[in-house]
Every structure is written in structure tokens, then in C-alpha cells.
Ligand binder design. Structure first.
Ligand SMILES: O=C(O)CCCC[C@@H]1SC[C@@H]2NC(=O)N[C@@H]21
Length: 254
């Protein structure tokens, strides 16, 4: 795979900052449909009225307090079967950025497939939506919601950077830093450094090699995450048996 020089970073990438929209992922999708999406083009908003989350859930965030954005990439070098490599790169890019604010020893983890956790509290979520062209990925929309300055949450399982540090953060410079961190990991992926990304992802994986309760097929089981396969399925050892799960097939029990 080609090696990329730093000049290939998306410097000067198009950033569209909207006061309000339904969903930045939906806005990104509209740009793609109009053929106006450049590689690295980013939509950011202060307020989403119909934010989308994983598993068909919604995504809510206090207006003007958090980072809510979608980056469009054109990863035509990836086969459709390699979509999980994007998940890994994106989660690590977000983690790299959070680490610049909380320090390298902060208890940051990626909860499979790509929730950003501090301890057992969620700091942010990622929703990646891909458009395929035959067996290749044509466009990817990387939707990221990060709790930055919001202090109040409906559940104790969520937190924010401000909640953790007691500081508040100006959003535009943080958005720029986050995009840089994402680009760095994306370039790593483009340069074919897949094993490094995989290694870093497993190092950061929440509850990796620990025994915890999960819900599988409506039953509570105790299992130990032992790995992730090439397609991103979670490998869990349950009662001495190795089993593999997709996103809809297993739930974490807190
Ligand atoms: O944890 C999740 O369920 C994923 C949440 C992803 C939310 C982000 S906010 C920006 C982008 N636009 C959306 O509609 N969703 C993603």
C-alpha cells in the first residue's frame, strides 16, 4: 500500500458549521447525493433536532455545549468487508483527541464497537454510515457526538469533558484538534498500517479479557471478551465456549 506524506492531510478541508439541523449525518448524506462532498468535508452543528444513534436509537445533546459533527471520507481503498477497520481508526482518533485533554493515563476506553468511555461512563458515541459501490466503500460518513461542556445528564452512565475536569472548552479549536486526530488515524489506515490500528484498538478495548455479565438472546450470561474478528464481530468466551456476536446479538449489562 502507498505511503502517504503529511502533505496529503486534508488541510483546508471544507467545514460547514450549521446553527441547527436534523442530523449532521443526514446533511452529509445530502452533500454526497448532490455530488458536493469532498474528501474530509465536515458538517458541524450546534443543535440537532433528530440526531441518530446506534442500534436505531436517537442521539440527544444539549444545544451549543457539545461537539456534534460528521466527516465524509472516500475510502475507496477499503473493501465493503473491511468496514470495521474504519470503526477502529475513528474510535482511536477520537480517543487520541480526548487523551490530549485528559492526559495519557486517563481511564479512557473504546466500548465495542466504538463508544468512547471514561471508566464506566459514556463520553461520546460514533455512528458510521457507509455507501458501497460494488465490493468497495465509496463514501463513509463518520458521525461523532462528544459530550464536552454539558454538565447535566439524564443518567449517571454519561459524562462530559467538563464534568470530568471542571473546565469548559471552546468548541471551534477543539473541533479542529479532533479533526486532526481523526485524519492522523485515517492516514494510518490508508497507509495500510492495519495491524497497528488493531493492536491499539485492542489495548483500548473496554472490558477486554475481563469477566462481565452480558445479555444474549434475552438471557443473562457471564462472558469474557477475548477478541474481535476481521469483520468486527465480538469474540466472547461463555461457559468455556468461544462465541461470536454482531451488534444486535449481545448487550452489555452495567
Ligand atoms: O452512541 C451512539 O449511539 C452513536 C451516536 C452518534 C451521534 C452523532 S452526533 C453527530 C452525528 N449525527 C447524527 O445524527 N449522529 C451522529
Amino acid at each position: 500500500m502507498e505511503a502517504l506524506s503529511p502533505q496529503t492531510l486534508f488541510t483546508g478541508q471544507q467545514i460547514i458549521w450549521l446553527p441547527e439541523c436534523a442530523s449532521t449525518n443526514a446533511e452529509a448524506q445530502a452533500l454526497i447525493l448532490k455530488n458536493s462532498a469532498t474528501d474530509g468535508c465536515t458538517v458541524i452543528t450546534d443543535k440537532q433536532t433528530a440526531g441518530r444513534g446506534q442500534r436505531g436509537n436517537g442521539w440527544e445533546a444539549a444545544p451549543g455545549e457539545n461537539l456534534t459533527l460528521s466527516v465524509i471520507w472516500k475510502p475507496s481503498f477499503l473493501a465493503a468487508t473491511e468496514q470495521f477497520q474504519l470503526s477502529q481508526a475513528v474510535a482511536l482518533g477520537v480517543l487520541d483527541w480526548v487523551q490530549t485533554l485528559l492526559g495519557p493515563d486517563a481511564a479512557l476506553r473504546v466500548k465495542w464497537p466504538n463508544d468512547i468511555f471514561y471508566g464506566s461512563q459514556k463520553l461520546g458515541g460514533i455512528l458510521i454510515e457507509n455507501t458501497l459501490s460494488g465490493a468497495k466503500i465509496q463514501y463513509t460518513i463518520v458521525g461523532i457526538g462528544l459530550n464536552v461542556n454539558q454538565r447535566e445528564f439524564g443518567a449517571p452512565t454519561a459524562t462530559s469533558l467538563a464534568g470530568l475536569t471542571g473546565r469548559s472548552y471552546a468548541l471551534p479549536p477543539q473541533a479542529a484538534r479532533l479533526l486532526e486526530c481523526l485524519e492522523r488515524r485515517y492516514l494510518q489506515l490508508r497507509a495500510g498500517r492495519v495491524s497497528q490500528l488493531r493492536y491499539d484498538y485492542l489495548q483500548a478495548l473496554y472490558r477486554y479479557q475481563e469477566r462481565h455479565p452480558y445479555e444474549v438472546g434475552g438471557q443473562q450470561v457471564t462472558g469474557q471478551i477475548v477478541g474481535i474478528d476481521e469483520t468486527g464481530r465480538l469474540a466472547v468466551e461463555i461457559n468455556g465456549q468461544l462465541r461470536s456476536f454482531g451488534l444486535q446479538e449481545i448487550r452489555y449489562i452495567h
